[in-house]
Design a protein around this ligand. Structure first.
Ligand SMILES: [Zn+2]
Length: 215
């Protein structure tokens, strides 16, 4: 990737992670912004790339970048069971009425695992930073740091999209649509449920036993 590219990647064969300079600007990163917002935006992107090293494909590579199964059987089985929760949750989403189209939970699994892990790991990093007084713990505009974290994450994926592009991306893109990276990914994350006090009967509620926990 060039420095001007707004993107990031993890490459399992070289164990290499890359954040081009151009992604270090809003809405991903702003050195003058609220720290909680940066953890929710670029922090989750960094956690996302780290998690790719341990997603459904990355986990098949060892520390030297070679295809080598280094997992215990029981761990692999648990991983597959939790992965299936994400496959089913995303695959159940109707993204277009005409032609009737559903998201592809298998195609997007690696990216959805990376979002799930990225949210957890960056939220954990923020909790550690809060303990070290590196994050403003006061409410801002009526929102706690935990709420600002998830609002910033959602803002990263806010977008306009035409039905034709939804159809094309759903067939080709390994990433979920922006709206699903928010509306479907977040109910899986207990930290999100807790941050907004979401309860049974609320639109984004998901029962604890239905939430995937991989990383
Ligand atoms: Zn990714």
């Amino acid at each position: 990737m060039t420095p001007q590219t707004v993107n990031a990647y993890y490459n399992p064969t070289t164990n290499e992670i890359c954040f081009p300079a151009a992604i270090l600007q809003p809405p991903f990163f702003n050195m003058h912004a609220d720290e909680a917002a940066n953890y929710g935006a670029i922090g989750v992107v960094i956690g996302h790339e780290l998690t790719h090293g341990f997603d459904d494909q990355g986990r098949n590579y060892d520390k030297d970048g070679n295809l080598n199964d280094w997992w215990k059987e029981a761990d692999a089985e648990n991983f597959k069971q939790n992965s299936q929760i994400l496959v089913d949750a995303f695959g159940a989403v109707k993204v277009l009425d005409e032609p009737e189209t559903y998201a592809n939970g298998e195609l997007t699994l690696g990216e959805n695992i990376a979002d799930n892990g990225g949210l957890h790991v960056s939220h954990l990093a923020m909790q550690n930073a809060i303990k070290k007084h590196q994050v403003n713990k006061d409410q801002m505009d009526g929102f706690t740091p935990e709420q600002r974290f998830f609002l910033a994450y959602a803002a990263v994926w806010a977008s306009n999209i035409r039905p034709e592009a939804i159809l094309q991306l759903t067939q080709m893109d390994v990433h979920s649509l922006g709206r699903n990276r928010v509306n479907i990914a977040l109910p899986q994350v207990t930290e999100f449920i807790d941050a907004f006090g979401i309860q049974e009967g609320d639109g984004m509620w998901l029962a604890p036993e239905k939430r995937a926990l991989l990383w």
